[in-house]
Design a protein around this ligand. Structure first.
Ligand code: NAD
Length: 502
């Protein structure tokens, strides 16, 4: 057995909370995962992982160098042919076992995630279940990959189309959903028969290392998955993307980095999947169920502390319900409980790092300078940790930066509108196109707006669109490709046709 056996210490969960935390940190591998083995970085470098609620270092993790990336690439390239030839049922069974293991360990995995990322434990558990759903969904899809038979129009050639794995894939993931962004890419890659090299975000490498361990124990062969935590992202991804053996890049992160990586991937004409930033409008019409709209608003805004690409970035509220909606939202936002995500009753954790606090504060200041009014919110909290109080801004002018930029924090900016045409114009006036939310009881209006909104996803009377069975993804600068659903596995498959003269 090539894998070091790794088990989260379930018996530790009768311990005190401090012991439990140190137990979980101690148990997770902190090395690179290459060719089925845990290894130190070749130059022995490590980097620290911090608890965003305290600023304290949780542990150090091996810091992959370009030389480690070269070894990982050799492993992924060497394993590709055998992995592609693995019977689909065996690939499916690996994913199914990983699904069961992830659910069995959800408490421990959730605690690990909360410690390095900050979100409240209940939300971390929710993410673990969501992440596990991709393992289950693609274990079902792995055995359903098929082809087609056609006859040429002149009847002289038979066409057989087949689907084959794209090949070794570089996967780059963000820190905000460190487990789900991993399984959303790795599960379809495994199902399709692609080997992978994963570069997790340096803020949250531990969750990805735990995922590697879960997949390894579920029977993934050596080389099929390689994980390179690193503080030197560009030094790792550049050489990998330039080497002709990587055939695909799957990236989730900011539009700025995505754009840069698309250009690099273009040099080798790589397939790319890009899940980038968002600027979601959350539209409430006067005919909406206002209670449901406020519930949905809270979910769409405050899930993940506002650090979600799907986060409602602009609340576009019809003038007739503007005051009522804003008051109710402000009461709910002010009632949220800020604190370390491990504490009982906490509903809002810290932002990921001090830079995030500075950026959110700048966006609020800019909006206020331009005329926005603060209904609730007190800016950053004094003391340790990256806390920012949930804030509602109203009378937000359309030239405020946060109307056009991703806020990525607990700030609700409220903007009035007066007609359907008016709101479609405001909603579409952005370079992004990930998700839009609409609250209305009028079905015809919901369909009409769904047609006219330039977004990859529309939530009607719901503040949550993420589901492993649905095609997640954006248009415009929000990305290329879809993850999840029937579409998700296609991103990792090439179509080949064989023409047979008859
Ligand atoms: P980021 O772009 O800073 O980093 C994402 C990943 O890219 C990290 O692993 C990072 O280390 C790596 N990276 C950064 N610079 C790089 C470079 N020059 N070369 C190679 N890799 C590099 O984004 P983030 O701050 O980690 O994540 C937040 C962003 O992700 C937001 O914009 C959010 O909207 C987006 N996001 C999108 C989705 C989606 O599905 N559309 C989901 C989650 C997050």
């Amino acid at each position: 057995m090539l894998y070091t056996t790794y088990k989260m210490p379930t018996e530790g969960f009768s311990m005190s909370s401090i012991d439990r935390e140190s137990h979980v940190i101690k148990a997770v591998p902190k090395e690179l995962f290459i060719d089925g083995q845990w290894r130190s970085a070749q130059d022995d470098r490590t980097f620290p992982v911090a608890d965003p609620a305290t600023g304290e270092t949780l542990c150090h993790v091996a810091d992959a160098s370009p030389r480690d990336a070269a070894v990982a690439l050799d492993a992924a390239a060497k394993a590709q042919a055998a992995w592609a030839a693995h019977p689909p049922r065996r690939r499916s069974d690996i994913l199914a076992r990983a699904y069961e293991a992830m659910l069995e360990r959800q408490d421990e995995l959730a605690l690990l995630m909360t410690l390095e990322m900050g979100k409240p434990l209940a939300e971390s558990r929710g993410e673990i279940r969501y992440a596990a759903d991709f393992l289950r969904w693609f274990s079902e899809e792995a055995v359903r990959v098929g082809g087609e038979y056609r006859l040429s129009p002149d009847g002289k050639t038979r066409f057989v189309t087949m689907r084959q794995p794209v090949g070794p894939t570089l996967v780059i993931t963000p820190w905000n959903f460190p487990m789900a962004m991993g399984t959303r890419k790795l599960a379809p890659a495994i199902a399709a028969g692609c080997t992978t090299i994963v570069k997790p975000a340096p803020d949250t490498p531990l969750t990805m290392l735990a995922l590697a361990a879960v997949l390894g124990e579920a029977g993934l062969p050596a080389g099929a998955l390689n994980v390179l935590p690193t503080s030197r992202a560009a030094d790792i991804s550049g050489p990998l993307l330039r080497d002709g053996r990587i055939r695909k890049l799957s990236f989730t992160g900011s539009t700025a980095v995505g754009r840069h990586l698309i250009a690099q991937a273009g040099e080798q004409v790589l397939r790319v999947s890009m899940e980038l930033g968002g600027n979601a409008p959350f539209i409430v019409f006067p005919d909406a169920d206002l209670d449901a709209a406020v519930d949905g608003a809270l979910l769409a805004k405050m899930r993940n502390i506002g650090e979600a690409c799907t986060a409602a970035n602009r609340f576009l509220i019809h003038a007739d319900v503007l005051a009522d909606f804003t008051d109710r939202l402000a009461v709910r936002m002010a009632g949220l409980s800020l604190g370390r995500g491990t504490e009982p009753g906490v509903t809002v954790g810290p932002l990921i790092n001090p830079r995030a606090v500075t950026k959110v504060a700048e966006l609020v200041d800019d909006a206020v300078r331009r005329g926005a009014r603060v209904v609730t919110g007190n800016g950053p909290l004094e003391g340790p940790g990256n806390f920012f109080t949930p804030t509602v801004l109203t009378e937000v002018p359309l030239n405020a930066r946060l109307v056009h930029e991703e806020i990525f924090g607990p700030i609700a900016s409220v903007i009035p509108f007066s007609s359907d045409n008016d709101v479609v114009g405001i909603a579409n006036d952005t370079e992004y196109g990930l998700v839009a939310y609409i609250y209305t009881r009028d079905l015809a209006r919901a369909f009409d707006l769904s047609d006219r909104l330039e977004y990859g996803m529309v939530g009607v009377n719901t503040g949550l669109v993420s589901n492993a069975a649905a095609p997640f993804g954006g248009i415009k600068h929000s990305g290329i490709g879809r993850e999840g659903g029937f579409e998700g596995i296609q991103e990792y498959l090439e179509t080949k046709y064989v023409g047979i003269a008859t």
